[in-house]
Design a protein. Structure first.
Length: 506
């Protein structure tokens, strides 16, 4: 064994599980899920784990092991499995999902900031130059994009180091939720704030918009989104001790732990939150529900400890400040990284001739011109959505739905390419969970259909209750970006044919 091999410390089972957990588990998914479905969210997370997370994670592990020396990321995976055009459209859709994520967060990041400063979300009262709150948040989002783009294009090592503290703080929120809920449960002598009177309460939603079967099925996208981020674990196969044994075991255990974690977290919300009393207000929406619920947890802890109402309210406000500060730091760090990282991977991972020379230009390790164009696109989308003429609740619901749909569509491209990947015998596969082609094909079909139908129900559900605008935005984003990908690649194909004909003439 060489000195280098001795120095590389391999991941053991526990380390692998922890890494998967921190990459996938998201705190905000629990309060949002309880807001939409109550206890009824729990079976959907279990279904998403069985039909999506576990089989999809094994696919990513096989891809990662087979293409561990490729620098193009998921583009290389799909290119070598299916072909360059499919790979480019899939990778472009993956990149586009981060564009829509930025549109969402640029407007929503002011909610944790408001909680940090005031101990509550009062963004619904903010106004600049007589604009309503939704338009004001849109303008603030535009300013945020300009600042991030200009700063990120000059490098941001120091910023990401500072904001990484937010990730640790957000992890602590899970501990606060667990311990706080147990204190409230003991103080209330085992009585739940959101009562369970029968088995139906574990399935049905208290939210008026999630009563129909289609609406409930649309929640599957939220559950799938809760398991997002598993693409990163594909590169961990060769860093794991005895990967053929440790990796499938680690993934299975991590999936069970994460599923149980979400289920327990959603149940804990019901210990201190009564849906009708706290979450039915028009001031509560997808953007601020996590802060509203955690502020209420602080208030309930104060009550259980025998504090006065004023002291309990103050404790709730300080819990909200801690949540807001943690989320603001974490989102800021993520935003600065994602402002350049997916774009850089898209440009550097795909053929250079696809991009006009100015767009593909890299300065100081950053695709500066492409980042400016990206900034303009995000700004246009923010202004279009925020000036669409609706209240804050509808605005943030639309942004979250757009993000969930956009970020789950690339999963279909990767799962759809897997059966082709397995069929190609010349691709060396050092790690295999799916031993037979038929098994791989069945898994590929199930995952693609599950994600596809979940997105379909999410897209059509608003239209069925009269909200055509949300449906059009969810269709419009992916459709525009897919058409743009086809146009860009067609231009590239024409240039290749032109180069070939010129060579033939010469």
């Amino acid at each position: 064994m060489s000195e280098n091999e001795k120095k590389i410390k391999k991941l053991n089972l526990v380390a692998l599980i922890l890494m998967i957990f921190t990459s996938v588990f998201g705190f905000a998914n629990m309060p949002r899920s309880f807001y939409l479905m109550g206890y009824g969210a729990i079976p959907w997370f279990i279904l998403a784990a069985v039909t999506f997370f576990i089989p999809y994670a094994f696919m990513m592990a096989e891809y990662g092991a087979a293409f561990k020396n490729e620098k193009g990321g998921i583009y290389s995976w799909m290119d070598k499995s299916v072909g360059p055009k499919y790979a480019f459209i899939g990778t472009f859709m993956w990149y586009a999902s981060y564009i829509i994520w930025m549109v969402n967060i640029a407007s929503a990041i002011w909610i944790p900031l408001s909680n940090t400063i005031f101990g509550r979300d009062n963004t619904s009262t903010w106004s600049i130059l007589g604009l309503n709150s939704t338009q004001t948040l849109g303008i603030l989002g535009v300013i945020w994009i300009i600042v991030v783009t200009l700063t990120a294009s000059k490098g941001l090592e120091k910023i990401t180091k500072i904001t990484s503290v937010g990730g640790t703080a957000v992890a602590l929120l899970n501990v606060v939720l667990l311990i706080g809920a147990i204190i409230v449960l003991i103080a209330n002598k085992g009585e739940l704030a959101q009562p369970i009177e029968g088995a139906l309460d574990l399935v049905k939603s208290p939210h008026p918009s999630y009563q129909s079967p289609i609406a409930m099925l649309s929640f599957l996208v939220f559950a799938i989104f809760g398991f997002g981020g598993i693409e990163v674990i594909g590169g961990l196969v060769d860093q794991t001790e005895k990967p053929e044994i440790t990796f499938p075991k680690g993934l299975t255990i991590a999936a069970i732990v994460i599923s149980i974690g979400y289920a327990v977290g959603i149940f804990l919300c019901g210990i201190f939150i009564n849906w009708n009393n706290v979450l039915s207000s028009n001031d509560v929406h997808m953007g601020n529900v996590a802060y509203v619920m955690m502020r209420n947890l602080g208030f309930e802890i104060g009550n259980s400890l025998g504090l006065s109402e004023l002291a309990s309210l103050n404790l709730g406000a300080w819990v909200a400040r801690f949540v807001g500060f943690s989320m603001f730091l974490a989102l800021t760090g993520a935003f600065f990284t994602l402002a350049y990282s997916p774009l850089k991977q898209l440009i550097e991972g795909t053929p250079k001739k696809i991009w006009p020379s100015k767009i593909g230009e890299i300065k100081n390790g950053m695709p500066v011109n492409a980042m400016k164009l990206q900034g303009i696109i995000v700004i246009v989308m923010i202004l279009a959505v925020s000036f669409g003429g609706e209240g804050a609740s509808e605005f943030f619901s639309k942004l979250v739905l757009m993000t969930n749909v956009a970020m789950t569509i690339p999963y279909m491209f990767l799962s759809g390419a897997f059966s082709s990947f397995k069929k190609k015998k010349h691709i060396i596969k050092p790690f295999e969970v799916y031993k037979s082609y038929n098994g791989a094909l069945i898994a590929s079909i199930i995952i693609t259909l599950v994600v596809g139908f979940a997105n379909l129900f999410t897209i059509i559900e608003p239209a069925m209750r009269g909200d055509l605008s949300s449906t059009l935005w969810m269709i419009g984003g992916p459709l525009v970006f897919s058409l743009l990908a086809i146009i860009i690649y067609s231009r590239y194909e024409r240039s290749l044919r032109k180069d070939k004909s010129n060579k033939d003439v010469a």
